[in-house]
Ligand binder design. Structure first.
Ligand code: ADP
Ligand code: ZN
Length: 715
């Protein structure tokens, strides 16, 4: 079968993401390949699709045991025979799976390296026909990477034991050094390197001054109560506080940090993945092992450690390609906290690295240059174009005003209080509050006391931050940073220099979505509920049923027949048969209630390469059918199996060709097959065949089934 056929049939997609096709072609040529692409760019497909074409099994090595079950469930839901073997299984289960492997019933096997490399298991693998090794998260092999795992080191013997089996190594994180190291360690020979852009187009980057973070977060969350998100904090204590703060406000939020037991952590992660809770508040320990596609926002409550860390953490948002937000709350107090922390480090080298990372991050936060441009520059990529359309700098340009007077008030207040206080104190004096400390220091007698009532507390804080950025003020000290004047302050105080500041406005954060996500939100909620019910029944995460992308497309086009549903991205044949009917019914009911007509699914879908390539062979079958040949004759004439001809007919029928099966299955048989299909469901044929007995062939059942699929939508 052709690549595009498989892509549609098993994955429900009509086109490849960038590089996927080239990589797959290379893999199909049995060559070693190294793939460096960011999260969400579709790396898995690069070995999953070839696996379907290879005659043997593809073995995927992954360090993330917790993830294997979900990955395999995802493949099974698409009708791909996959399994995993790891320590979570009983001896008996492992034995059964090994049996399946020996019987060639499995196309994709997931294992952890420590399992694969057990000598007994290696022997077993040597007895299998292995077509490909895929090494996922391959940066774990390198000590230079940020996630070195000793078990990975041993993978170097793979090439010694299996010199002729190609290897595809994949990672989302690698500097040049790590890349070279991976290739050397795995002994990949003359391997082609594929490197995708690190630009995550669907992520919206913004930096907010950290003023009253809890209130700011609550305000933000108000707009997305039902979306999934991750909030990163620096310390366990902050995690606990924020999680309980959100719970008190009625949010379903759970903490995640190294202080919790492994069981609790797994449970919380699981509940997040299954959409039982929307929010995970976590230290950076969270995220490595999750594949959740619909994380709609990642918030950094505290400063991340480095730009690289920030990129990885924000990268967990929007894996499914839908618009998602990354918000970082920045304050100088946090910067000082981290500096203080770094100072305590013993190792001089480590200290220097940490300082450098912090400096880079602060530059990023303070900058007025497009965030995307800076992030990509960090990975050695240049972002072309004046406006990225996806960051606060580009989309929320700040209006400025002559802020000289406000600046003078601040500077003179700092001066009069003796350059001994921090930001908040200065603001209290400007506002003229009856603050205990202010009164004790008799600063209520100063000329600047209470001269700043025209702006709010938040506003003064951000003016001060700006003055720091522009060098009119500086922060000094470790734990309690205090404001000091600078040589640049003088001319301002004397009235010789004007200062332009960002115009005050206390507006809500810009809400992304609405504009470019013109889907039906009410229906989306209904489908989401339906999906959750089905997922819970099956004990799988909701995204295994359908991704958000698919649901959103459904609520854009309102497909009401299986025929149309099949055109929705992510709806492969297996899912179409298994869940198609229920979803169409939900959509149809909704449309009836609201008098909505289905929309034509965008042309690009029907004219995509799928349809074009597929048709060369399928079209030949159609031609022969139209010449009134029987399916047996067609099969014979073309030298193809009967089942292949039937799959052509299935496609033709699903694509709306008028094809009658009456000449192929007599009406008595048809009725009987219908009865049994109605009872057993359409997704699995074996029980249906067993029930019907020897008098009925799989081909006959399939033909009746595809007819039923088309009717059910049309009624
Ligand atoms: P990665 O492993 O690189 O992080 P995944 O393999 O998890 O990426 O894929 C990211 C998302 O993109 C998944 O939701 C996947 O289903 C989807 N996807 C992958 N390839 C395609 C494609 N060709 N068309 C549409 N969606 C795709
Ligand atoms: Zn930008």
């Amino acid at each position: 079968m052709l690549m595009y056929d498989l892509l549609q049939k098993y994955f429900g997609y009509t086109s490849f993401y960038p590089l996927q096709e080239d990589i797959i072609k290379e893999v199909l040529e049995h060559r070693d390949v190294f793939v460096l692409m960011p999260t969400g760019s579709g790396k898995s497909l690069c070995y999953q699709l070839p696996a379907l074409l290879f005659s043997g099994v593809t073995i995927v090595v992954s360090p993330l045991i917790a993830l294997m079950k979900d990955q395999v469930d995802g493949l099974l839901a698409n009708g791909i025979p996959a399994t995993f073997i790891n320590s979570s299984l009983s001896y008996h289960e492992i034995d059964t799976r090994r049996q399946q492997l020996s019987n060639h019933e499995i196309k994709i096997l997931y294992v952890a390296p420590e399992r694969l490399l057990m000598s007994e298991f290696l022997e077993f693998v040597q007895g299998l026909k292995v077509s490909l090794f895929a090494i996922d998260e391959s940066h774990c092999i390198s000590e230079w990477g940020h996630d070195f795992r000793p078990e990975y080191r041993q993978l170097k013997i793979l090439k010694e034991i299996f010199p002729h089996i190609p290897v595809i190594a994949l990672t989302a994180t690698a500097t040049q050094v790590v890349q070279d190291d991976i290739i050397r360690q795995l002994k990949l020979s003359r391997c082609k390197v594929f490197r995708a852009s690190f630009n995550r187009k669907n992520l919206y980057y913004q930096i907010k001054p950290k003023q009253e973070p809890l209130r700011q977060i609550l305000q933000y969350l108000e707009g997305q109560r039902k979306d999934s998100g991750i909030i990163y904090c620096q310390s366990r204590k902050a995690v606990e506080n924020l999680a309980s703060g959100l719970q008190k406000k009625g949010y379903r939020a759970l903490p995640y940090h190294a202080g919790l037991t492994a069981e609790v952590r797994t449970e919380h992660q699981e509940r997040f993945i299954r959409d039982d809770v929307e929010i995970i508040v976590a230290t950076i320990a969270f995220g490595m092992g999750i594949d959740k596609p619909n994380v709609r926002y990642v918030i950094h409550y505290d400063l991340p450690k480095s730009i690289e860390g920030y990129y990885q953490e924000t990268g967990r948002a929007g894996r499914d390609g839908l618009p998602s937000e990354c918000i970082l709350f920045f304050s100088y107090a946090d910067k000082f906290k981290i500096e203080h922390f770094i100072q305590q480090k013993k190792d001089e080298n480590e200290k220097q690295i940490a300082y450098r990372q912090l400096r880079e991050l602060i530059t990023y936060c303070e900058s007025n240059v497009c965030r995307r441009k800076l992030l990509l520059a960090y990975f050695g990529e240049t972002f072309e174009g004046p406006n990225c359309g996806g960051c606060d700098v580009c989309l929320e340009p700040k209006e400025r005003f002559d802020g000289t007077i406000a600046a003078q008030k601040i500077l003179s207040c700092v001066y009069r209080t003796g350059e001994r206080f921090g930001i908040n104190y200065i603001v209290e004096v400007l506002l003229g509050t009856r603050n205990q400390k202010v009164l004790q220091n008799q600063h209520d007698t100063l000329k600047t006391y209470g001269v700043g009532k025209e702006y709010s507390r938040l506003q003064w804080q951000s003016f001060i931050r700006e003055l720091i950025q522009f060098g009119y003020l500086r922060l000094d000290g470790d734990e309690y940073p205090i404001l000091k004047l600078h040589e640049k302050s003088r001319p301002v105080l004397l009235g010789n220099e004007k200062v332009s500041l960002i115009k005050p406005e206390e507006k809500l954060p810009v809400q992304k979505t609405e504009e470019y996500e013109a889907y039906d939100h009410t229906l989306f909620e209904r489908l989401r509920t339906l999906r959750k019910t089905l997922a819970d029944q099956e004990g799988v995460p909701p995204y295994i049923i359908f991704h958000d992308t698919s649901l959103k497309e459904m609520t854009t086009y309102y497909p009401q027949s299986l025929l149309d549903l099949r055109k929705i991205s992510g709806v492969g044949d297996q899912k179409l048969m298994k869940h198609g009917k229920v979803f169409i019914k939900e959509i149809a009911d909704y449309c009836e209630q609201h008098h909505i007509m289905p929309k034509q699914i965008a042309q690009e879908h029907s004219e995509s390469p799928v349809k074009q390539t597929k048709y060369s062979t399928v079209q030949t079958t159609l031609g022969l059918y139209q010449q009134r040949l029987s399916i047996h004759e067609i099969a014979q004439k073309r030298g193809l199996a009967l089942s292949t001809i039937v799959s052509h007919l299935e496609k033709l029928i699903l694509n709306g060709e008028s094809i009658s099966i009456d000449g192929m299955v007599n009406s008595e048989k048809q009725n009987h097959i219908r009865e049994v299909l109605n009872k057993f469901g359409m997704d699995r044929l074996t029980p249906v065949k067993e029930k019907l007995g020897d008098g009925y062939s799989y081909e006959e059942i399939r033909l009746v089934r595809v007819k039923m699929m088309c009717e059910s939508g049309r009624k």
